[in-house]
Ligand binder design. Sequence first.
Ligand code: DX5
Ligand code: ZN
Length: 323
Amino acid sequence: MGTQGARVAGHARVAASILDADAANLAREIRRGERGGADRIHVDVMDGHFVPNISFGPATVAAIRRVARRPLDVHLMISQPSRYVEQFLAGGADSVTLHVEIDEPKEPILRAIRAADRAAGLAVSPQTPIDALEPYRGLVDIVMVMGVNPGFGGQALITECVAKIARAREFLADRPLGEVHIDGGVNRDNAELLGAAGVDILVAGSALYRRGRDLGREVRLIRSLADEGWAISHGGPRVPRDRWVPVVVVEPDRAEPIRAELVALGIPAIVVASEGPNARGRREVLVPAPAESFVRARLPELTDDAGAASLAGAARGPAGGSR
Ligand code: DX5
Ligand code: ZN
């Protein structure tokens, strides 16, 4: 299974940050990033107040959305995201991340992002501990660990920030498909270390868009070194993000309620007809592989009628027979 698995195996993903791309040719630069294999486009929004630099606004995000094929991660380095968040959502951001250090109440903004069915993120600057996120537990899909002081591309990674990646992962324990991003100073020299720490998304700007660089090669190096770092430090490869596994086989009328409950927990789920001689018209509910153990732990609650549900793994051997 896993439709995109053939294109990019493994777990780590690379987001191309276009801050240091050629601003006069953004469409071309985005296409170059996507053709080079970048999994996401990362757009840095700066207001000259929260950070000492000014970059893109909502109109640029909307324009980028029209040319980009990959998801857009919008990183708001602005003091008042409440004033602009609706514009960024309307512009087509797939995720919106604000900084936990700002003075505004963050909860309503995170809720607004979620209400629009987009991923809600909180970013932590180098001096901010992950503990600062505690009040927002359960409201966050992305933790963006800054590897540099926000504001400019091309800075060196502050290695003390790497330890926060594992803490961020713990913070997202209730969100098995939640993502830890590392943003700032990412390159081929530190990708292995970052992967070992458990990062999901490596945001890279100057490492990709520096003049004379083979962008595609840098994307491949960063992604595969991150996966290798994880495998070396954990004794085996991490479960790929985009492989789907069946978790339950049920009568047709039970499948949709279970799917809906999983989606409410933030886990994408799909229903397919069960195959095989004993299928008898039953349905299978599939979830992404990294969420499998979390879902299995919850399944007794989800499938109230225990007799109607049998765990797909138990009924058919290892999930999908693909492992
Ligand atoms: C920094 C931005 C980053 C930046 C990364 O404030 O949030 O996204 O573009 O650039 P590099 O990879 O050059 O550090
Ligand atoms: Zn950024």
